[in-house]
Design a protein around this ligand. Structure first.
Ligand code: BES
Ligand code: ZN
Ligand code: ZN
Length: 512
């Protein structure tokens, strides 16, 4: 797995003295610096770090900056030859210094401005040939580290010639928060990498190995359950999906005990782990089918968020449940019209084999419920309808608990990776239960209409926990350019939100 790159050292308040002792800039130590500038109604105001470089360079920074005019929020301008010690400086626009709050946006806009600006700076320095980027904390080392570490991520595991990725370090004195931000970003980068990996490489078995590699070093127990284990537990809904594939399914059970002294009930996180979704016999059209390699995004974000919880040593017990399989149209595949009985005893009519996520989750949610969690959340790239409803603006969440919703909503405001509450009403439940042949129907009466809501209602039939939330992450699975600090590719969203959620629950302030 990726090496942790968030190490840094304090040499002086702004590390300047360590550079001034060097006579000249050498190629072995090609460092660039990213520093921020606010724009208060047309007036440029340098951050502390930018001011220190400006002073050190006898005002060169502000002189060079003038040539380009005002710097817009989220934009970067690379200045060359600022001084001998800092020959390459990316100046980044942070927007207005004060009054960034906008209640309608439901997120911390100051943090978001820092993530965006720092990422822009790292991106533009990444186009030069420097090997190290020193980053201004801009008053919030956590947000700056997130922006930097998320921006320099690049999936190139399969390239024989890899482009060197610059290391990013904190330029200012904000080490504790910088390390936290680096850890949060690393968890999301783990999810991005897993989601991006082609499905012939990331099979259920190899996903399990990756989970072991990521988590066991942090003391997280990773149990790999087999087909026979699932069969013994009558997980026939889960196993109905894997029937058409030659790859063996795996059910992962992860345990992080951050609160070992008490017998505290765990927070359960369940993640959809379809390592490739062809649709099965209800085969998907070929255009963009390759994207279905990321249909294990829920599983990837589960691993990423438990990684963060363990790395930050959050005082909470967490259990992760990840059903992993392929959805393929092999000769033994489930056929439209087939009926299976899930582990909770409910019969399911499968009329569309492409609605497979809810089938594997049915058994996983029932199994997780049996562990009597204090709260249970699941993440799943469940419905294309979710992308139609909210696009990539927010994860759609469905919950039987307003208390749980409040905590997740708050977590989204901190991470900037937001959630939006969707309805979980009987209106939708009846559309999946009101059938003659079986107890539950896997697509519901009106298949397309309200598809995300009926899918959520289907899952509800397999949950006995009073505080449960389904997160449909299909709309946020991929980033084109909507979130500027993520770049193009699989997003790893909402890993950081879920990590903040776990931290808020661990703080004991909620009633959960
Ligand atoms: N994995 C897909 C949902 C999906 C679509 C995720 C696009 C990410 C991007 C899911 O298994 C699926 O195919 N759902 C169907 C459900 C339908 C058959 C009721 C869908 O959304 O079309
Ligand atoms: Zn599907
Ligand atoms: Zn799917």
């Amino acid at each position: 797995m990726m090496a942790y790159t968030g190490t840094h050292r304090i040499v002086s308040r702004f590390l300047i003295s360590s550079y001034t002792t060097r006579r000249s800039y050498t190629t072995e130590n090609k460092a660039g610096v990213v520093v921020g500038v606010y724009n208060n109604n047309g007036e440029d105001v340098l951050t502390e770090a930018a001011t220190s470089i400006n002073t050190h360079s006898s005002g060169n920074l502000t002189r060079l900056m003038q040539y380009g005019g005002p710097l817009k929020a989220g934009k970067s301008r690379v200045l060359y030859g600022v001084s001998e010690v800092f020959p390459i400086v990316a100046l980044v626009g942070l927007g207005k210094q004060e009054n960034k709050s906008n209640p309608l946006e439901e997120r911390d806009e100051a943090k978001e401005a820092i993530r965006t600006a720092i990422a822009a700076g790292c991106h533009s320095l990444g186009e030069t040939n420097i090997s190290k980027i020193l980053v201004d904390s801009c008053g919030d080392g956590e947000a700056a580290a997130e922006g930097a570490h998320l921006a320099v991520f690049k999936y190139q595991d399969l390239k024989s010639k890899k482009k060197p990725i610059p290391t990013v370090q904190c330029f200012t004195e904000d080490n504790e928060r910088w390390t936290r931000g680096a850890t949060l970003a690393e968890g999301q980068n783990i999810a991005r990498r897993l989601m991006e990996t082609p499905a012939n490489i990331l099979t259920p078995t190899n996903f399990a190995q990756e989970a072991v590699n990521c988590l066991e070093g942090l003391g997280v127990e990773v149990l790999t359950r087999s087909y026979d284990w699932a069969k013994q537990r009558n997980m026939n809904a889960f196993l109905s999906v894997t029937r058409g594939s030659a790859e063996p399914p795996v059910f992962l059970e992860l345990s992080y005990r951050g609160n070992d002294l008490s017998d505290e009930k765990p927070l359960a996180i369940v993640g959809k782990g379809v390592t490739f979704d062809t649709g099965g016999i209800s085969l998907k059209p070929p255009a963009n089918m390759d994207k279905m390699r990321a249909d294990m995004g829920g599983a990837a974000c589960t691993v990423g968020s438990i990684f963060i919880a363990a790395a930050l040593k959050l005082p909470i017990n967490i259990k992760g449940f990840i059903p992993l399989c392929e959805n393929m149209p092999g000769s033994r595949a489930t056929k439209p019209g087939d009926v299976v009985v899930a582990s909770n005893g409910k019969s399911i009519q499968i009329d569309n084999t492409d609605a497979e996520g809810r089938l594997i989750l049915a058994d996983a949610l029932h199994y997780a419920s049996q562990h009597k969690p204090r709260a249970m959340i699941n993440m799943a790239t469940l419905t294309g309808a979710m992308a139609v409803a909210l696009g990539s603006g927010a994860v759609g969440v469905f919950s039987n608990s307003s208390a749980l919703w409040e905590v997740m909503h708050k977590a989204g405001t901190i991470s900037g990776d937001r959630v939006w509450r969707m309805p979980l009403w009987k209106h939708y439940s009846s559309q999946v239960t009101d059938f003659g042949l079986a107890d539950v129907h896997n697509i519901g009466k009106y298949s397309r209409d309200g598809g995300s809501c009926t899918a959520a209602s289907f899952l509800k039939e397999f949950v006995t926990c009073d505080h449960w939330m389904h997160m449909d992450i299909a709309g946020v699975m991929e980033n084109k350019d909507e979130v500027p600090y993520l770049g193009k590719g699989m997003s790893g969203r909402p890993t950081r939100t879920v990590a903040h959620f776990a931290e808020l629950i661990a703080s004991g302030k909620s009633e959960l």
